[in-house]
Design a protein around this ligand. Structure first.
Ligand code: NI
Length: 184
């Protein structure tokens, strides 16, 4: 089956507030598996359902996969989190972030250094995780997606403005290229 497409800024669907999941259906299980496939294919360390156009509170995260020498991802151990919520946070940490929905851009973002996350898994069992460093950053980044927030919303207006301009130029070029007559 073809992989789901990751929506890219400035797609408006990335700005939706996602709905809580009240019942774990086969569709949700399938979507979770598809999200994992996309995450490992890109590859990324986290993906949220609204990034593939599904406005529900579901995220997948794997901050510990490794590449084999052949470039294959090994030791996959995805965390699939439904209705994730940060219930405690403290400290601050600055991390260089990127996002599969924000092409060709990275920037330092200040986040809470330590968080406690609660969620449920696909069997509707409660999950509670105390996270720090990369995992804490990743939880905050992915939960932001469920509230229509992107990491570029956390950087200075100036930096964001420069990125938006560059992205608009890139999109214009893509349109021009697609309209250009084929070489004979
Ligand atoms: Ni992201």
């Amino acid at each position: 089956m073809a992989l789901l497409e990751v929506l890219k800024f400035p797609d408006k669907r990335l700005r939706c507030i996602s709905e809580p999941i009240s019942e774990i259906t086969d569709e949700i299980r399938t979507l979770a598996a598809n999200l994992c496939d996309v995450m490992y294919d890109e590859p990324g360390i986290g993906l949220a359902a609204p990034q593939v156009g599904e406005a529900i509170r579901l995220i997948v995260i794997d901050t510990e996969w490794r590449n084999s020498e052949e470039g294959e991802i090994t030791s996959k151990n995805p965390l699939i989190l439904l209705n994730p919520e940060i219930v405690e946070s403290d400290g601050t940490i600055v991390w260089n972030e990127g996002c599969l929905s924000v092409p060709d851009f990275e920037s330092e973002v200040t986040r809470a250094a330590r968080v406690k996350l609660v969620a449920t898994d696909l069997d509707d069992h409660p999950i509670e995780i105390d996270a720090e460093e990369l995992q804490a950053v990743c939880f905050q980044h992915e939960i932001d997606h469920l509230d229509g927030v992107l990491f570029i919303d956390h950087i200075s207006r100036l930096k964001r403005g420069l990125y938006v301009k560059r992205r608009q130029k890139q999109l214009r070029r893509e349109i021009e290229d697609s309209e250009a007559p084929l070489p004979v």
